[in-house]
Write a protein that binds this ligand. Structure first.
Ligand code: THG
Length: 265
């Protein structure tokens, strides 16, 4: 599982204040904690700062990368903001995200064309959010084919079928899970990703819902997630579920995690 630490997101009250204050120390600590807990990418999102989002994005990428050795997940629907983040980013970032919406599709494509970035392909179009597997696959097919036609290799594409709250429809969990399965069947070597905690929106005790959903998604082949890596039970579940799903030769990762005390949560 490739883990994208979600905590540096301006929709969170404390983070919003510390971004507004440009409090280096606080942001660096949140980045460092997530990295040490096992995050492979640090998500940075300044989405609520309309008009200044690009400036804050630049500051976030620099602040994180000057202090923590990790690539960022540059999280914005605005191509201009992504461009600002890319200007200062070192190494290979994860761009979050392209979708089929106009003009986002063309604009993001022109920002990333010719570079070797990794990119999230979000299953959203001008018709809005798809609810069924078929609706999601129609968008996913167009996005993946469009990206590969523009020389983005499958290994750099992360399809996000868009997790929607289970509280808003009984079958939304299954439609998502079946989409993950079909994407891996159709495109060998591609990645799938999601904003995991969307599933539990509006429910109490969200951690349990998120943890169970992660295990179910691993059985369908999910191999990346935007999530809270500081949830130790979640991190332990991932190691176990991947072993049980046949992704851990000789149980080596499981035994490493055991020795490192990661299964004591
Ligand atoms: N897909 C893609 N990108 C995404 C999402 C997605 N980026 C944003 C989001 N969804 C994933 N990131 C977060 C970040 C933080 C929180 C949830 C998702 C979070 N939520 C608490 C809540 O909702 O209760 C906030 C509480 C607080 O203020 O701390 O922390 O789906 N490609």
């Amino acid at each position: 599982m490739q883990i994208v630490g979600e905590l540096i997101n301006a929709s969170r009250k404390k983070i919003r204040e510390e971004i507004r204050n440009k409090d280096n120390e606080f942001i660096v600590q949140v980045a460092r904690d997530q990295r040490e807990a096992g995050a492979n990418f640090i998500d940075v999102n300044a989405g609520i700062f309309v008009g200044q989002e690009g400036d804050y994005m630049k500051w976030l990428v620099e602040t994180v990368q000057n202090n923590v050795d990790a690539p960022c997940c540059i999280d914005s629907p605005d191509p201009k903001v992504i461009e600002e983040g890319l200007k200062v980013h070192k190494g290979v970032p994860l761009v979050n995200s392209i979708s089929l919406e106009t003009p986002r599709y063309d604009d993001i494509l022109s920002v990333i064309k010719g570079s070797d970035v990794k990119i999230i392909a979000l299953c959203m179009s001008d018709e809005g959010m798809p609810y069924t597997k078929d609706g999601r696959m129609k968008i996913a097919d167009k996005l993946v084919n469009g990206l590969t036609a523009n020389d983005v290799p499958l290994e750099n594409i992360y399809v996000d079928p868009l997790v929607q709250p289970i509280g808003s429809g009984d079958t939304l969990g299954l439609e998502f899970l079946n989409t993950i399965e079909q994407i891996h069947e159709e495109f060998e070597g591609i990645n799938t990703i999601c904003g995991l905690s969307n599933i539990s929106f509006g429910l109490p005790k969200r951690k349990f819902v998120n943890q169970a959903f992660m295990i179910m998604a691993i059985t369908k082949g999910l191999n990346a997630a935007i999530m809270n890596p500081l949830d130790q039970k979640m991190m332990a579940n991932i190691v176990v579920a991947e072993m049980l799903a046949g992704k851990d030769e000789f149980c080596a990762n499981y035994m490493d995690a055991y020795r490192e005390g990661l299964l004591d949560a």
